[in-house]
Design a protein around this ligand. Structure first.
Ligand SMILES: CC(C)=CCC/C(C)=C(\C)COP(=O)(O)OP(=O)(O)O
Ligand SMILES: [Mg+2]
Length: 422
């Protein structure tokens, strides 16, 4: 890793101070080093008697424009990218619904800009219906309930404009179409999944073959909604991304598809893995491809050799794992209600460690919190060691994605509800 001495560098706290530091001190240290708001404390919380009503804004949400310029470590570069259009007058954002999981360490985010949310929502629906024929009419409510515009605007606060946000939004919709239609709720099955995933992967990573066999492959990319979505979303993405950013994305999607296959293999034999085995599977069946495009969506590039550094890879993996355990926790009741056994961290903990459902859920919250603390400590250490503007901005982008992902899960009451464990 290149270690420079730019005056912009802000020394992070020495890593060993995290070992025995209490969570609040750690949160303050990291906030000071990174310029992020301190997290909600991670101590196990009782039912929030005097908590803000559902929908209340987080304390920091009202202190400036919704898309105020990010501040703190490494954010100088964030202000260099011109917006596509002049900033509109700040609209009043509707307060979000949903309560955070008690005791879950997270950073509240400002309400995403409703003008951007509406525009992304309008454009993604037009894309889904007119360009890729994504879903039949009776899935429209579910498409709307997914609230992908709110999700992507919350996760990419430094996107220069809606065109850039659309890059992430199309990919997010396509990724979910593959998960739903090939793996899960909408006709998915573990049987034959490997073949389906591999052929869909060629919409991202094209087949290079002879003149005879190229046409039937090209035709296959239009033959179902997941492939149409992958192909189109990727076409837009490669126009905006550098060659190495596109290749990074393909690699992350290959990881994701490998994770889907392990999950499917275990489902076929009704196998419950060890906890660490489950965590390994979930590191691949993971949101990782979403935060790692933060630079393309932000209109800049983290160079490939810096992305590949082991310290950066560790930060990315920890962030991806924390965001994915967030999904396990918020989707717990949805997955319990689904037919068959759906693996998630609380389910695996209860089964493998012989503890109650409640104890397992609370332990999964702790696992999440430990991942988050490790992510933040490693990100702060890397930011301090490598004061390269693209590295600093990328780290902030990944952190923003982590926070936006939590926000979306918390507030998506159409999809998720909390168990009655407190
Ligand atoms: C957007 C993306 C890359 C997703 C890949 C993996 C994935 C579908 C998740 C991490 C979400 O997990 P899950 O399948 O459990 O989703 P729901 O709980 O059904 O929302
Ligand atoms: Mg889930």
């Amino acid at each position: 890793m290149t270690v420079g001495t730019s005056p912009e560098a802000q020394p992070g706290p020495p890593r060993q101070t995290y070992v025995l530091a209490d969570a609040a001190a750690r949160a303050r240290d990291i906030a000071a080093a990174t310029g992020r708001r301190p997290a909600v404390p991670a101590s196990p919380a009782p039912p929030p008697v005097d908590a803000p009503a559902p929908g209340a804004r987080p304390p920091s949400a009202g202190r400036g424009p919704v898309l105020r310029g990010p501040s703190g470590l490494g954010t100088a570069g964030l202000h260099l990218t011109p917006r596509e259009t002049p900033a509109p007058p700040e609209p009043a954002a509707a307060p979000a619904e949903g309560n955070p999981i008690p005791g879950l360490y997270h950073h509240p985010v400002p309400e995403p800009d409703p003008v951007r949310v509406d525009e992304v929502g309008r454009r993604i629906k037009a894309w889904a219906v007119d360009e890729v024929d994504l879903y039949p009419d009776d899935w429209e409510d579910q498409f709307d309930g997914f609230s992908v515009g709110r999700y992507m605007v919350a996760c990419h606060p430094d996107a220069p404009g809606v065109d850039h946000l659309m890059l992430a939004t199309r990919l997010m919709v396509a990724e979910n179409a593959v998960d739903d239609c090939y793996c899960e709720d909408h006709g998915g099955s573990p049987i034959g999944l490997g073949g389906r995933l591999l052929l869909a992967h060629t919409a991202l990573d094209p087949l290079h073959t002879t003149r005879e066999y190229q046409p039937p492959w090209a035709e296959s990319l239009g033959s179902d909604a997941p492939r149409r979505a992958y192909r189109s979303a990727m076409e837009y993405f490669v126009q905006a991304a550098s060659a190495s950013q596109a290749d990074r994305y393909r690699h992350d999607m290959a990881r994701l598809h490998m994770g889907y296959l392990a999950e499917a293999a275990w489902a076929q034999t009704d196998h419950v893995p060890e906890v660490w085995e489950y965590l390994a599977m979930r590191q691949f069946n993971n949101f990782r491809p979403c935060p790692t495009i933060t630079d393309t969506v932000g209109g800049y590039e983290l160079p490939a050799d810096l992305h590949a550094q082991p310290a950066m890879q560790r930060v990315i993996a920890l962030a991806g794992n924390a965001t994915t355990i967030v999904n396990d926790l918020y989707s717990y009741t949805k997955e319990l209600a689904a037919p068959g056994r759906h693996l998630n961290l609380p389910v695996v903990l209860a089964e493998r460690e012989g503890i109650s459902d409640r104890a397992a859920y609370l332990k999964a919250v702790e696992v999440h919190n430990d991942l988050m603390h490790d992510f933040e400590a490693e990100a702060a250490a890397l930011a301090a060691a490598c004061p390269v503007p693209s590295v600093q901005r990328f780290l902030r982008g990944v952190a923003a994605w982590v926070d936006g992902n939590h926000y979306w899960h918390q507030t998506n009451t159409y999809r998720y509800s909390l168990p009655d464990f407190w």
